[in-house]
Design a protein around this ligand. Structure first.
Ligand code: SAM
Length: 225
């Protein structure tokens, strides 16, 4: 690629995604935490030895270019400082645990995986070959602006025909787009996953959402988390 188009592309990437992300992260602590856990996963995938290496190297491609360079350039003493936070290792264990949940669902013939509060989760893309091979659909849900940004980021990875994006706010009392999706996709087995979402939402409406999901899915012998 010629230098000028490459430069223009990089500048666009830096500008558009960085300003969009900053705009939605400011009023939304849940989404800014999604960015910071995504960064930690990337750092762990780059700077940790094999046994502690986070399997999510792909998440780097979802980060704004400047943040990606920042993560790559961390010094050993900066990484050592990050390791002093207990959450750092918990996050590594959490990624492996939910990877297993996700892959177990595929092995148990789930037809759909619904990821609520998906943030910058990459499983729909990291496991794309097996998802496509098994014909499994992934529904990614998050607050309207967050899911819009996620969809834009995912486009950079190329064809993602097995992923659908639905906006929902767990602090609302109803979720018409989500319900419509459920009733128009009456597939047998569904895994519903929510990783690191409950601390950010109103517990009353969240309970309502769980009731709705259960009512819609339980007759389908779904595995619901
Ligand atoms: C800490 S992040 C976790 C993201 C992702 N599940 C992960 O583990 O990397 C919390 C996520 O919850 C989402 N979230 C926060 N409040 C929400 C709400 N009211 N409705 C839907 N999603 C919400 C945020 O946008 C963010 O993506």
């Amino acid at each position: 690629m010629a230098v000028e188009p490459l430069f223009a592309q990089t500048a666009r990437q830096l500008g558009v995604f960085h300003s969009l992300i900053k705009k939605i992260a400011r009023p939304n602590p849940g989404f800014s935490n999604s960015l910071s856990v995504a960064e930690s996963r990337y750092i762990q995938s780059l700077h940790e030895p094999d046994e502690l290496q986070n399997p999510d190297r792909l998440v780097g491609q979802f980060l704004p270019l400047l943040r990606r360079w920042y993560c790559i350039g961390l010094t050993p003493s900066q990484v050592a400082l990050l390791r002093t936070t207990p959450f750092y290792y918990y996050l590594d264990a959490r990624t492996r645990y939910y990877d297993k949940v996700f892959l177990d669902a595929l092995a148990n013939e789930a037809h759909v995986i619904i990821n609520v509060g998906c943030g910058i989760d990459t499983r729909a893309y990291r496991f794309a070959p097996v998802l496509r091979q098994k014909g499994v659909q992934v529904l990614e849900c998050d607050q309207p602006q967050a899911i819009q940004v996620k969809q834009g980021m995912a486009k950079r990875l190329g064809a993602c025909g097995h992923v659908t994006y639905v906006a929902l706010d767990l602090n609302d009392a109803t979720w018409p787009d989500f319900e419509l999706w459920l009733v128009t996709h009456t597939t047998a087995k569904v895994l519903v996953m929510m990783e690191g979402v409950s601390p950010y939402v109103n517990h009353e409406t969240y309970r309502g959402f769980l009731h709705l999901s259960r009512a819609e899915l339980v007759e389908r012998q779904s595995c619901c988390l």
